[in-house]
Design a protein around this ligand. Structure first.
Ligand SMILES: Cc1cc2nc3c(=O)[nH]c(=O)nc-3n(C[C@H](O)[C@H](O)[C@H](O)COP(=O)(O)OP(=O)(O)OC[C@H]3O[C@@H](n4cnc5c(N)ncnc54)[C@H](O)[C@@H]3O)c2cc1C
Length: 524
C-alpha cells in the first residue's frame, strides 16, 4: 500500500527530472513567484555527460540572459564559433582538398559548447538556491492526473514507495517521456528514421595548431577565426557527424545517419565501429588520427525523433525532450527547451494568479503541435538526402541560418524573453517563411535523388571553400539570403529541371506528422 500524501508532501508544482529542462522550469517559476512550493524529483544521484552540448543563438540567449548563466558559461564551458561543414568525394585524398563551409572570422552572436554534466548541476543548484526542494535519487512511477485538481505522483526513494501531490506536474523526464508514454500520447516520427552513435574522445588533433598549419598552410590561412571551437560537421551521403570540443580537452564526436541511406557496420566494439565509419572522411581521418574514445562513454540511440500528441492540460505540462525531439543537426534541442520551459512557466503562473487557463491550454497544445510539424517539415524532412552535397547544403545552410537569424534568433534579443513564449512557426507572419523553407528543402532533396540516380553525387565536393561573414540581426543581413535564393534559382535552371515533373517520394505510411491536437483534458 502506498502512503497517501500528507500536507508536508503537498506542493504547488512537482517537476519530474532535474536536468536542464526541469531545473530551468523551477528557476523560471521561482524568479516570478518566490513563495511557490516546487519539488524536483531526479532519478540520478549525479548527472553524467550526455549529448546536447552545442547551443545555438536562442538557447544561448535563454541560458545566459534568462537563466543568468553568462559568467558560468564563460568560465566552465567554451564560446562556440559557429558551425562548419566538411565534404568529401573520391578526389579528396587529404583534409585541405575537402570542401568547407564556415565563417572566416569569429562568431557575432554568442552561443556555447557545454558540458551537460557540469551545466545541468549548476542550473539545478541555482533552482535549489531559489527555494526548490530536491528528492534525489528518486524515481517517479505512476502519475494520477486530475484536471483542475491535485495531481498525485508515485515516487520510489530510499527504498520506499510514497505519494506526493501538487496542483501542477511538469514532465521534464527527457527521452523517458514519463507522462506521454503513460497516457498513450507518445508517437514515433516515422518520417525520419535516424540513429545516433557517439562518444567523448581524448587526443583529438588541434584544428588550429601548428601541426596542421605546417602541413596545410593555405588551408590554415583561409580561416582568420578559430575552427576548433566551432561545431565541425563531417558530412556524407545520408549521414553527418559532429565534433564538439568541451572545456578541458575532451571532444564529443558522434554520427547521425538516416537508416534508409546508411548501413551501420555490425560486429566489434561500438567505439571501434564509430571510428572506422568516420575514417572514410579525410577530415575525420586527419583530426582523429591519434584519438581514442573514452571507454564506458560510447552510446547508441535508434529512431531519434518523436513527439507527444498532448503538451499540456489544466494541471500538467511537458517540457524539453519529454514533449518531443526533432533532429540534432542544427542543435534545436535546447531551443526547444527554451520555448517549452518559457511557455510552461507562463501557463502555470497564469493559473497561480487565479486566471482561467482553458483557452491558454488549448493554444499551448495547438502551438507546440504546429511548431513541431512545421519545424520538422521546413528543416529536417529528407534533409539527409543532400547533406553530403557541398553546393546544395551551402545554399540550404545560408537560407536556413539566415532565416533563423532574421525570424527566430533576433526575436528574444530585440523583444526580450517574452518572445520565447511564441514557438517557432506559429505566428501568422512566419507562415510564408515556413512554406519557403519547406519548398527549397524538398527541392534540394529531389535534386540529390536525381544526382544519385545518375551516379553524380558528390561531384562538387572537392577543393571548394565558402567562408562567409556570418549573420547579425541587422537588416543588411538579409542580403546573403537574397543571394542564396538566386543560387537556388540557378540550381533549378541548370539541373533542377530534371526533377520538376516528378512526384515527391511518397511516405510508406499515412503522414505520421499529422499530430492530432488535444484539448485541455488528458485523453487516454
Ligand atoms: C545525438 C543527439 C545529439 C544532440 N545534440 C544536441 C546539441 O548539440 N544541442 C542541443 O541543444 N541539443 C542536442 N540534442 C538534444 C538534447 O540532448 C536534448 O534536447 C536535451 O538534453 C534535453 O534535456 P532535458 O532536460 O529535456 O532532458 P534530459 O537531459 O534527458 O533530462 C531528463 C532528466 O529526467 C530524469 N528522469 C527520467 N525519468 C525519470 C523518472 N522516472 N523519475 C525521475 N527522474 C527522471 C533523468 O535522470 C534526467 O536527469 C541532441 C540529442 C541527440 C539524440
Amino acid at each position: 500500500m502506498n502512503a497517501p500524501a500528507q500536507d508536508g508532501r503537498r506542493f504547488d508544482v512537482i517537476i519530474i527530472g532535474g536536468a536542464l529542462a526541469g531545473a530551468a522550469t523551477a528557476i523560471s517559476l521561482l524568479r516570478e513567484r518566490p513563495g511557490l512550493r516546487v519539488l524536483i524529483i531526479e532519478k540520478t544521484a549525479a548527472f553524467t555527460r550526455r549529448v546536447g552540448e552545442a547551443t545555438v543563438e536562442v538557447s544561448g540567449y535563454f541560458l545566459s540572459r534568462v537563466l543568468g548563466l553568462t559568467q558560468h558559461l564563460n568560465e566552465a564551458h567554451l564560446v562556440k564559433q559557429g558551425m562548419r561543414f566538411w565534404f568529401f568525394n573520391e578526389a579528396t585524398k587529404a583534409l585541405d582538398r575537402c570542401s568547407e563551409i564556415g565563417g572566416r572570422y569569429l562568431a557575432r552572436v554568442p552561443a556555447y559548447q557545454v558540458d551537460r554534466a557540469v551545466l545541468d548541476e549548476e542550473v539545478l543548484r541555482r533552482a535549489l538556491a531559489l527555494g526548490a526542494e530536491l528528492w534525489r535519487p528518486a524515481n517517479v512511477g505512476r502519475i494520477q492526473l486530475t484536471p483542475g485538481g491535485l495531481q498525485t505522483v508515485e515516487v520510489r526513494r530510499l527504498e520506499q514507495q510514497e505519494q506526493v501531490q501538487a496542483r501542477w506536474v511538469v514532465d521534464a523526464s527527457g527521452v523517458a517521456a514519463v507522462l506521454a508514454r503513460q497516457e498513450g500520447w507518445w508517437r514515433a516520427n516515422q518520417a525520419h528514421p535516424t540513429t545516433a552513435v557517439w562518444a567523448r574522445w581524448t587526443d583529438v588533433k588541434d584544428w588550429d595548431g601548428l601541426e596542421l598549419a605546417e602541413k596545410f598552410p593555405d588551408w590554415a590561412m583561409a580561416c582568420h577565426g578559430i575552427r576548433a571551437t566551432a561545431t565541425n560537421h563531417f558530412t556524407g551521403d545520408g549521414w553527418w557527424a559532429w565534433c564538439i570540443p568541451l572545456k578541458g580537452g575532451d571532444v564529443s564526436i558522434g554520427i547521425v545517419f538516416d537508416q534508409r541511406r546508411v548501413r551501420w557496420p555490425e560486429g566489434g566494439p561500438l567505439g571501434e565501429r564509430l571510428k572506422n565509419f568516420l575514417m572514410q572522411h579525410p577530415v575525420a581521418r586527419e583530426i582523429l588520427a591519434g584519438a581514442n574514445w573514452r571507454e564506458g562513454d560510447v552510446h547508441w540511440r535508434k529512431n531519434l525523433p518523436y513527439y507527444s500528441t498532448t503538451f499540456a492540460g489544466d494541471g500538467f505540462v511537458l517540457v524539453g525532450d519529454a514533449s518531443a525531439f526533432l533532429d540534432p543537426l542544427y542543435s534545436p534541442g535546447m531551443d526547444w527547451i527554451s520555448f517549452t520551459v518559457s511557455s510552461a512557466a507562463s501557463l502555470i503562473l497564469l493559473q497561480q494568479h487565479g486566471e482561467d487557463i482553458a483557452a491558454r491550454v488549448a493554444k499551448h497544445n495547438r502551438d507546440f503541435a504546429l511548431s513541431y510539424q512545421r519545424w520538422f517539415a521546413a528543416l529536417y524532412r529528407d534533409k539527409y538526402e543532400y547533406l553530403g552535397e557541398y553546393d546544395l547544403l551551402r545554399v540550404a545552410f545560408l537560407l536556413d541560418l539566415g532565416l533563423y537569424y532574421l525570424g527566430v534568433a533576433s526575436q528574444p534579443f530585440q523583444r526580450g524573453k517574452m518572445a520565447l513564449c511564441e514557438p517557432v512557426f506559429t505566428s501568422r507572419r512566419s507562415t510564408p517563411f515556413y512554406h519557403l523553407m519547406r519548398a527549397y528543402n524538398r527541392r534540394f532533396a529531389q535534386m540529390a535523388r536525381s544526382r544519385r540516380e545518375r551516379a553524380r553525387l558528390g561531384r562538387r565536393n572537392a577543393g571548394r571553400r565558402f567562408m562567409f561573414r556570418g549573420y547579425t540581426f541587422a537588416r543588411s543581413s538579409a542580403l546573403p539570403i537574397f543571394a542564396a535564393l538566386g543560387c537556388w534559382a540557378r540550381l533549378e535552371l541548370t539541373e533542377g529541371w530534371r526533377s520538376w515533373w516528378r512526384p515527391r517520394v511518397a511516405a510508406a505510411q499515412p503522414d505520421p506528422m499529422l499530430i492530432p491536437v488535444r484539448g485541455a483534458t488528458p485523453q487516454r
